[in-house]
Design a protein around this ligand. Structure first.
Ligand SMILES: [Fe+2]
Ligand SMILES: [Fe+2]
Length: 383
């Protein structure tokens, strides 16, 4: 039984204080205090595991074991945004004029076409493959927030399609047949059906399948295969073209950085609790999986940007794939696969995290962040 004792003003920094008071244990964190029955709280804490832990119908986040997951949840909530408040008037006028050349239109169409399917794949996989198999409440809680955000991303694509009056069936049909998209989607969903049916996660081989799916969705797909196309659309935004779409992709990318951080955190805790999975062979398998993901992504980048255009050099985007892939690998203690050490798009940091440059965009950059948070605290996770 949790009793909320007080509700002071929101504190800036996450804190956590635990002290015993008779048969209670009192937790203070995030500016709130909770009183829990000591014995029950201890039993719940002891039963908390990433997988194979105590199952409970109640989403009992307290007492917290995985503090970082709750912090990321709060960060995700602070970044909340709604697509339909983004003004698309200017995008609509640009789209219906001759202000965009054929290649720029193609990038926008690829953005809508690819992400319409990709956001659905991520949302469905996080729900049925990741969240379903997690047993710790605060990890499930943060994952559920991620699923809600994937729905917001899907809604943003609907807002674009509706505003530009794009024929939905035409776009869907057009992108279903592009081999580089088909291959990317097939690669990431290859092992999902088995995991969705529920597997025995007490066996090492199955725990590895789960870990690989987690790595695949959050580090390869969201962390590596989303970024080049995001960067192309934000490069158009930077040139003051399709700024409504750019703004939505800016918010989406900021959300994705939290999803990547959450996925990595869950993976780290999973490995910590299940050292049997982290064998040399398994680490090599993850690196190979990423290598395949990079090759598919580069094929896709060349489809999106077949040759250099004003302000957009194909090589930079290919390097960006390597740069992001290496960051995801090395952050998990895995070896880098390329020699790309520098981020070719440093300006994206500014765009995503809204450290505004004066007159950077013609449109007003809305500081679309609620109180309680300024930016993602772990800058290393970002883009
Ligand atoms: Fe997303
Ligand atoms: Fe995501």
């Amino acid at each position: 039984m949790i009793e909320i004792l007080e509700k002071p003003a929101v504190v800036e920094k996450p804190d956590f204080v635990e002290k015993e008071e008779g048969r209670h244990v009192v937790y203070t964190f995030q500016g709130r205090t909770f009183r829990l029955d000591k014995e029950k709280a201890r039993a719940r804490l002891a039963g908390k595991m990433v997988i194979n832990g105590m199952k409970s119908a109640e989403l009992n986040v307290l007492p917290l074991k995985y503090h970082e997951a709750y912090r990321i949840y709060k960060q995700m909530k602070a970044n909340h945004w709604e697509p339909d408040v983004i003004d698309m008037t200017k995008d609509c006028a640009t789209w219906n004029s001759n202000k965009l050349n054929a290649r720029e239109r193609w990038i926008i169409e690829m953005g809508v076409g690819y992400f319409s399917a990709a956001e659905g794949i991520v949302g469905d996989s996080v729900l049925h493959v990741i969240e379903d198999n997690l047993t710790a409440a605060e990890l499930k809680h943060a994952s559920l927030r991620q699923i809600a955000e994937e729905s917001i991303h899907m809604d943003s694509l609907l807002h674009i399609i509706g505003s530009l009056n794009i024929d939905l069936d035409e776009v869907t049909a057009k992108f279903q047949d592009i081999p580089s998209i088909q291959k990317k989607n097939a690669y990431i969903t290859r092992h999902m059906p088995e995991l969705k049916m529920g597997i025995d996660l007490t066996q090492t081989v199955n725990k590895q399948k789960f870990a690989k799916a987690l790595f695949g969705i959050t580090q390869v797909m969201e962390g590596t295969q989303f970024y080049a196309l995001f960067a192309m659309i934000l490069s158009l935004h930077r040139q003051n073209k399709m700024t409504g779409i750019g703004q939505m992709f800016q918010y989406t990318l900021r959300d994705e950085s939290n999803h990547i951080a959450l996925g990595r955190y869950i993976l780290e805790k999973l490995i910590e609790e299940n050292p049997d999975i982290w064998t040399e062979e398994f680490r090599a398998e993850l690196v190979e999986f990423m290598r395949e993901g990079i090759a598919l992504e580069k094929e896709f980048v060349m489809d999106c940007l077949p040759e250099d255009m004003v302000g957009m050099t194909q090589k930079d985007y290919l390097d960006y794939v390597d740069y992001n892939a290496d960051r995801r690998l090395t952050s998990l203690g895995l070896p880098a696969l390329s020699n790309v050490k520098n981020n070719p798009f440093l300006w994206l940091d500014e765009v995503i995290f809204l450290k505004k440059e004066k007159n950077f965009f013609e449109t007003r950059v809305t500081e679309y962040q609620t109180s309680g948070s300024v930016k993602n605290t772990n800058e290393d996770d970002l883009i």
